[in-house]
Design a protein around this ligand. Structure first.
Ligand code: NAD
Ligand code: UD2
Length: 309
């Protein structure tokens, strides 16, 4: 088993590629299944003989089964991560965001693989719990096809746990940031957009008054938790929020970027986005109970790494 790879679906993407790096550094072999829709080869240490890339789609059941063969565990991160894309094309994104999960579950059952990490999202809560520390029992309100597919995936993983003995570790990520996050869409993570524009000397648009808050987690801190979940002898069932229980406003974010760059970026203010959540913050008690959470990377330090400072 020692040399059996860990499969990372979506491993060429932002979070997946950091997980691949961390697992390789801990001596694991890694197999990535990725269709390179948003992921990039250049995110991966492809010269490492312990890393293998299979280019293809998680919606292709036969390919998922081939990728699963001989693996000791799975991190299922492949998804169309853009909520807006799911609103624009629910049918196509459902293939990646739900059928992909079902294919992973089935092929795990076939191949006797038990452990699976799943990247769910704070989006499953919709607007519920806004302004409070959102815990895992907060009522779910999936408002978009993306959120509905994440929640349905969670339920299927739980079914396979009860019926077939799978060991899923479901994580609901809040706002993850760090190097390799793609800033190219207007709906990309706000930190990736702001840092890219500030570095290029371009003006930044804040939607709303900039007092809205998010619970930002540096990708390296998240990855340390995912590695523990992959390596743990035993896992407790039930989803786990990944956040810091810390509210950072966009104005605080802009100040941090200004400090790192040595000058404040130019900022324009526009109408708040329709349906935008004002305050999003995780109750992370379960995370802290179940996992060794590292001393969280301060926002300023994470931003500095992102800006290569
Ligand atoms: P990303 O777009 O960088 O990574 C997704 C990866 O999946 C990409 O490499 C992409 O090419 C691949 N992919 C997409 N569809 C595929 C398919 N059908 N078959 C094979 N590969 C496919 O985004 P990310 O931010 O790294 O997201 C990773 C996971 O975390 C996703 O499941 C996303 O929904 C979830 N998530 C991310 C955040 C965040 O703040 N970044 C928050 C909540 C949940
Ligand atoms: C996150 C997810 C989204 C969905 C949602 C559910 C990301 C990138 N997005 O949206 O997919 O799961 O949570 O709650 O993880 N903003 C600006 N200017 C910009 C870009 C953004 O002001 O150029 C604002 C935006 O209006 C929002 C805040 O910044 O108030 C954060 O935006 P975001 O898209 O990074 O994240 P969020 O939490 O809205």
């Amino acid at each position: 088993m020692a040399d059996s790879p860990i499969l990372i679906t979506g491993g060429a993407g932002f979070i997946g590629s950091h997980l691949a790096d961390a697992l390789l550094a801990r001596g694991h072999a890694v197999r990535v299944l990725d269709n390179l829709s948003t992921g990039k080869r250049s995110n991966l240490a492809l010269t490492n003989p312990r890393l293998e890339l299979i280019e293809g789609d998680v919606a292709d059941a036969a390919l998922v089964a081939r990728a699963m063969s001989g693996c000791k565990a799975v991190a299922h991160l492949a998804a169309v991560a853009s909520v807006q894309a799911s609103v624009d094309d629910p049918v196509a994104t459902h293939q990646s965001n739900f059928i992909g999960t079902l294919n992973v579950c089935e092929s795990m059952r076939e191949h006797g693989v038990k452990r699976v990490i799943f990247a769910s999202s704070a989006a499953v809560y919709g607007q519920n719990g806004e302004g409070m520390a959102i815990d895992e029992d907060t009522p779910k309100s999936p408002l978009t096809p993306y959120a509905a597919d994440k929640l349905a995936s969670e339920h299927y993983l739980d079914f396979y746990r009860r019926q077939h003995g799978l060991e899923p570790a479901v994580f609901r990520f809040f706002n993850i940031f760090g190097p390799r996050q793609d800033p190219s869409s207007p709906y990309s993570g706000v930190i990736s957009i702001f840092t890219e524009r500030a570095q290029a000397g371009l003006p930044i648009t804040v939607f709303g008054d900039g007092e809205q808050t998010r619970d930002f987690v540096y990708v390296g801190d998240l990855v340390q938790v995912l590695v523990q979940a992959l390596e743990a002898e035993w896992l407790e069932a039930g989803p786990v929020n990944v956040g810091l229980n810390r509210a950072t406003s966009l104005k605080q974010l802009l100040a941090a970027i200004g400090e790192v760059l040595g000058e404040m970026p130019t900022v324009n203010y526009a109408e708040a986005r329709a349906g935008d959540i004002r305050h999003s913050r995780a109750n992370n008690a379960r995370l802290l109970l179940r996992y060794e959470f590292p001393v969280a990377t301060p926002l300023r330090e994470g931003v500095a790494r992102l800006l290569g400072r």
